[in-house]
Design a protein around this ligand. Sequence first.
Ligand code: NDP
Length: 253
Amino acid sequence: MLESTIFHALIITGFVLAAATFIALFFIVAPYGRHTRGGWGPTLPSRLGWIVMEAPAPLVFALCFALGWPPASAAAWTFLALWQAHYLHRAFIYPLQRRGGQPRMPLAVVALGMLFNTGNAYVNGRYLFTFSGGYPLEWLTDPRFLGGLALFVGGFVINRWADHTLRSLRRPGENGYRIPYGGLYRYISCPNYLGEVLEWAGWAIATWSLPGLAFAVWTAANLLPRAYAHHRWYRQTFPDYPPERKAVLPGLW
Ligand code: NDP
């Protein structure tokens, strides 16, 4: 089968799966973190699970960059830097920084995450570094790139700040949950998910690509229902949970 056939099939599958995932996750909450429960088969230590699940994203993307043709332009190097700024941290630093919590996660969650990250890094990397024919230097001053970059950086900062705030709620070795306060937590329960959604929406705009759009849609489809599940859990768990707080969209939802 031609590689372009597989490439397009993967993108279409991505959009279809995003729609199905969005609906399914309102009924079945992904069983990791606070929503961990039995009945999902064999499990892995959470730290290892996160590394194994996320590592394909930086590795496959770097491979697509190395195999790319035409030779890398300044725009290609910029896309590589943005992607790796997120994913080298997510795959190799974030898992080591996590504190306490559920010590294990289902192998099924890890396997699905790996599959997604491999396919997603492949379609994004292959498109940007080969199938697009290369982005010219002028792309870096195009308003779509600059607007997307601003959104990406804004989302990146929110995501990292919010995850850091959650981490600070536990001392090393602690397992429980507390109510997070301050910054965007005044308005929503899950600023880390909002940041992630903004980041990949920015990526879709900055790359102006179908794989980028598929990734942004998938991220929203995956994280908005999970934010709703977290929000409901906070309200059920803490009687003093701030009633004005929304799930993930300030003032709205
Ligand atoms: P969560 O917000 O569920 O948890 C983040 C970390 O903070 C976990 O270690 C968690 O512990 C801990 N934590 C969360 N809330 C509290 C609290 N109230 N008190 C104390 N500790 C708390 O995020 P995820 O684990 O789902 O995701 C982690 C990162 O990965 C996020 O930045 C997210 O955006 C990103 N991600 C991206 C996805 C995508 O589709 N692009 C998919 C999934 C995640 P514990 O694990 O014990 O609950």
